[in-house]
Structure formats: structure tokens, C-alpha cells
Write a protein that binds this ligand. Structure first.
Ligand code: GAF
Length: 389
């Protein structure tokens, strides 16, 4: 599937610019096993890059004028990299402008370029197509102009570009897109950016994503609001317990004891964060021990917390998880990513996948009049150069 995407992107580039690309870059989306809304709360997360990618083809242009073509959107735009970057109404272009803006802020010297890209990462499904866009694009410019930006800094600059566009996200998506490794999940300490790889071996279970095919428009504002509520919460906790430096130092008792000085929402958000940080640690141990039943139970608990305490679920995602919870063959299921739509991540006993896919799709269509999308993803490598010779 990716071979065809790469071939078409290169062919489109050659047709548009009359030459072979000088660099071709592949940049993946991501899944997250567990640890949701935890990256910006200085906790641990357990994501992985996947085999759905954006392919970019690049060349240097001979001026500061740069042309960027999005094949799938049948759209393109030009920028002069010597100008200062401004946000526009054409949202996808802002991620590129955001990266160029970052390069300029950090004082990197580069000139014009031409770029063509095409993607098979579904947009708005919680698979971080925007992180793949930021990081893949930056990786390409880094290679093209030999800027010597280190991988983790590519992730950090991608995150800053996303902030510039308007989502005050954590580091998880960009980090996993850049640092992913085939068949490994990455346990990231989002406070220190230390990380370790763990084998992604789910034994008798298949990893399948069910895409609710809904995207609620409140996503950006509600996401930023959750982050703000957590910042308010941790400030209250720190002022009462000077030994605490971030959520990772808290236990549930710290939060419960401060319920009377927190708003109801701030209290619920903090309780979720403290429990979720603990679940990530337990989930990682369970994965290492091949105890997929425990991992799955923790995933169900995460969904419950995201739905009730963090309030980032929606009727469609709750229905998918509630339905699967009644299935003996589904060991774990939960909404994945920012929420308010997008995908659930599910662990389904091998041999039962097709039956469950069919039954859930029919029920989902019947209940919401919406077609369920299904992705069988594999865990793949992070952003890399493709050798087109
Ligand atoms: C989005 C954000 F971009 C991530 O940083 C992370 O917070 C995630 O939502 C929730 O875990 O994907």
C-alpha cells in the first residue's frame, strides 16, 4: 500500500517540476496503547508509529520562493521563505508555515524548495496526521539543507508548530512519529523526554482500530481547556504539598484531600491524570510480562476515565467501547488520541476479528447512520529518508 503511495508521489513530483526529487521522506501517524492526555501533564505515555504514512518529495528551488503541493487535496500554495509567516484560513498550509516559522525563529539558514506530498493517514481520526505533516516536512528540509537538527528537536519544533496553529498539544504525537521503531512501543517520560522501547507483542490478540468517522468541532477549544484545567489543578496541589513538582509525584489521596478547594471539573481532571499515570506503569509491566488480559482491563479503565472524569468521549465512541466490552473476545478497548471523535484502539482475540468487525459495523450503522471505518495497523518505523534509487 505504501509502495504505491511513494511511487505516485515521486511521479507527481517529476510531472510537476520536471526532475527527480532530491529527497524523499516517509513520515508515519501514531497509535497510543495507553496514557491519554498525559503528555502535557508530565507523565508517561506508550505510543508507537504505524505503517500509515505521508510521503514527501523535495528539491531545492533556485530562489526563496517555495511551492508546496498536497496531491490528495488537489491544492497547493507558494511561500517566500524570506517573509515572515502568518496564519491563513487554509488550515493544512498552516502546519507547513508553522514549521518554516520555527526554523526562522531558531535562526536556521535555508532557501526555497519545492515539495509534493501525499498521505494514507486518515485525517481527523486521532492518528496524528498533523504531527506526521510537521515532522516529515521538517525532516525533509533538514535533509535538503543539511541543517543537522537532531530527531528529538525535530519533534519539539513540530510540537511548537502545532502550538502556533492553535492546539496546545503535548509532545507524544511528534515524538512517536519521529522516534518510532518497527514492532516496538515507546514509553516516553514526557517530563524529561527520556524514552525506552518495549516489544509490542500482543500474543493471541490483534490490534485493530475502529474509526467512529465523527469529528466534533469542539475538539480544539475543549483540548486547550482540559490542559488549562490541569494546570490550575497542579498549581493548587503544589501550593498545598511543596514536595510535589508534577502530577507524577501525586497519589489519589493528594487529589481527594483537595477536592474542597478545586472546582468540580478541575478535581475530576486531576483524579483522571493521577490514575492514568499509574495505569501506564502497570500497562507497561503487563505488556512486558505478556499479560494482555491486564493490559486490556487497564485500557477499559482508561476509557471510563476519559469518558466520565476527563469528558473527552462522545456517544459514538462510548457505544463502540460499551459494545465491545460485552464481547469475551475483546480484551481491551478505549478511545485513542484527543477524543471527541476519531478512533478506538482495540485488542481482539485472533480468529474473532472478522465476526466482530461485521457485527459492530452493522450495529453502528443502525444506531448512528454512520459507516464505521476499520484499520488493521502494524507498528512501523519513525520518520526516515526513502532511497528512491
Ligand atoms: C492529541 C495531542 F496532540 C497529544 O499531544 C496528546 O495530548 C493526545 O491528544 C491525547 O493524549 O493527539
Amino acid at each position: 500500500m505504501n509502495d504505491l503511495l511513494i511511487k505516485n508521489t515521486i511521479a507527481f513530483f517529476e510531472k510537476s517540476f520536471g526532475a527527480e526529487p532530491q529527497k524523499v521522506v516517509l513520515s508515519p501517524g501514531r497509535i497510543n496503547i495507553i496514557g491519554e492526555h498525559i503528555d502535557y501533564n508530565d507523565g508517561y505515555v506508550l505510543p508507537a508509529a504505524i505503517d500509515k504514512i505521508i510521503c514527501f518529495a523535495f528539491e531545492k528551488s533556485d530562489s526563496s520562493i517555495s511551492k508546496i503541493i498536497a496531491i490528495d487535496l488537489d491544492d497547493s500554495f507558494e511561500i517566500d521563505v524570506s517573509d515572515s509567516m502568518e496564519l491563513t484560513d487554509n488550515v493544512w498550509t498552516n502546519y507547513i508555515r508553522g514549521v518554516v516559522n520555527q526554523l526562522k525563529i531558531k535562526g536556521f539558514k535555508f532557501d526555497g524548495f519545492n515539495c509534493v506530498f501525499s498521505s494514507n493517514i486518515p485525517v481527523g481520526s486521532g492518528l496524528s496526521s498533523s504531527a506526521a505533516l510537521e515532522c516529515g516536512f521538517l525532516f525533509g528540509i533538514n535533509e535538503l539543507f543539511d541543517l543537522k537538527i537532531k530527531p528529538v528537536d525535530i519533534a519539539l519544533m513540530g510540537q511548537s508548530a502545532e502550538h502556533w496553529v492553535g492546539i496546545n498539544c503535548g509532545i507524544m504525537d511528534q515524538f512517536s512519529s519521529v522516534m518510532g521503531l518497527e514492532n516496538k512501543v515507546i514509553k516516553i517520560d514526557c517530563k524529561t523526554l527520556e524514552y525506552e522501547y518495549h516489544n509490542a507483542d500482543f500474543n493471541d490478540y490483534s490490534l485493530i482500530l475502529f474509526d467512529s468517522n465523527v469529528k466534533h468541532s469542539l475538539m480544539t477549544s475543549a483540548y486547550n481547556e482540559r490542559r488549562q484545567q490541569c494546570e490550575e489543578g497542579i498549581a493548587i496541589i503544589k501550593s498545598n504539598f511543596p514536595e510535589i513538582t508534577s502530577f507524577r509525584d501525586c497519589n489519589e489521596q493528594h487529589v481527594l484531600g483537595l477536592q474542597h478547594v478545586m472546582s468540580a471539573n478541575v478535581f475530576k481532571r486531576c483524579l483522571f491524570v493521577v490514575k492514568e499515570i499509574n495505569r501506564v506503569k502497570l500497562a507497561c509491566e503487563a505488556l512486558d510480562n505478556g499479560d494482555i488480559e491486564t493490559l486490556g482491563r487497564l485500557m477499559y479503565e482508561t476509557h471510563q476515565g476519559l469518558s466520565v472524569d476527563y469528558e473527552v468521549s462522545c456517544a459514538e465512541l462510548d457505544m463502540i467501547v460499551d459494545t465491545l466490552k460485552k464481547e469475551e473476545a475483546v480484551v481491551g478497548s478505549r478511545l485513542m488520541g484527543g477524543g471527541f471523535g476519531g478512533c478506538t484502539i482495540n485488542l481482539i482475540k485472533k480468529g474473532h476479528e472478522e465476526r466482530i468487525k461485521q457485527q459492530l459495523s452493522a450495529l453502528y450503522l443502525d444506531t448512528f447512520g454512520i459507516e464505521l471505518k476499520i484499520y488493521d495497523v502494524k507498528i512501523g518505523n519513525g520518520t526516515s529518508l526513502y532511497n528512491n534509487n
